[in-house]
Design a protein around this ligand. Structure first.
Ligand SMILES: Nc1nc2c(ncn2[C@@H]2O[C@H](COP(=O)(O)OP(=O)(O)OP(=O)(O)O)[C@@H](O)[C@H]2O)c(=O)[nH]1
Ligand SMILES: [Mg+2]
Length: 213
């Protein structure tokens, strides 16, 4: 039996509308980018598997939430089942940066007594001249929240892999230390999916199919 992945982490993307959550995910999972993007309605789902160390594959199940306020009642129900979160803002839109604390507070309070592993993501780094948030300010906020900071561009494919890789590794380390553990009724972390489970009758059929006589 082949193992498709050893662990599955459920990750959620958070942040105001238009910061680029869907674009970052499309770049990460499909390798595509478009300057024209529709706002997300409710929640969308993406997935990608990565090798974290030889023989250990992690499946990232990625939930893309709508930033628009009117969908908030739908998106909040996804916070609880996530082990990791990307707190995203648009480097060219100061308001989206100022709202990061609110996103962090809203989500953290909602999932109490449990915790989520976050990474702060300053997005649209390709628009250097329109920048409204300095790296220093963003790093300071990240330090206050106790999270990592990374600047990304879906358009130029800059640091996209790195953002997910860093978050995945932080979760993995905490899991190895026992600080994140599977819990009944919680889908943030799952372990072990085998490619195909063959029952005796199917095994017989498979053997016959492989026989050329
Ligand atoms: N220059 C630049 N524009 C980007 C980048 N990523 C996204 N955009 C643009 O920003 C706009 C909004 O992107 P979306 O990915 O739809 O934003 P969102 O956060 O998913 O928005 P909601 O679904 O409403 O929450 C689109 O016009 C994108 O083309 C980037 O890396 N660079
Ligand atoms: Mg979207």
């Amino acid at each position: 039996m082949d193992i498709l992945w050893q662990y599955q982490f459920r990750i959620i993307l958070l942040g105001d509308s238009t910061v680029g959550k869907s674009s970052l995910l499309k770049r990460f999972t499909d390798g595509i980018y478009s300057d024209v993007a529709d706002p997300t309605v409710g929640v969308d789902f993406y997935a990608r598997s990565l090798d974290i160390e030889p023989g250990i594959k992690i499946k990232l199940q990625l939930w893309d939430t709508a930033g628009q306020e009117r969908f908030r009642s739908i998106t909040t129900s996804y916070y609880r089942n996530s082990v990791g979160g990307l707190l995203m803002f648009d480097l060219t839109n100061r308001k989206t940066f100022e709202h990061v604390r609110e996103w962090h507070r809203e989500v953290s309070e909602d999932i109490l007594p449990h915790h989520m592993v976050y990474i702060l993501v300053g997005h649209k780094s390709d628009l250097g001249r329109e920048r409204k948030v300095t790296r220093d300010e963003a790093e300071q906020l990240a330090a206050e929240l106790g999270v990592r900071y990374v600047e990304t561009s879906a358009k130029c494919n800059s640091n996209v892999e790195r953002a997910f890789d860093l978050l995945m590794r932080d979760i993995y380390e905490l899991m190895k230390m026992g600080e994140i553990a599977k819990r009944d009724g919680w889908d943030g972390v799952k372990s072990g999916l085998t490619a195909k489970v063959l029952y005796p009758a199917e095994e017989e059929a498979e053997r016959e199919k492989g026989c050329n006589c």
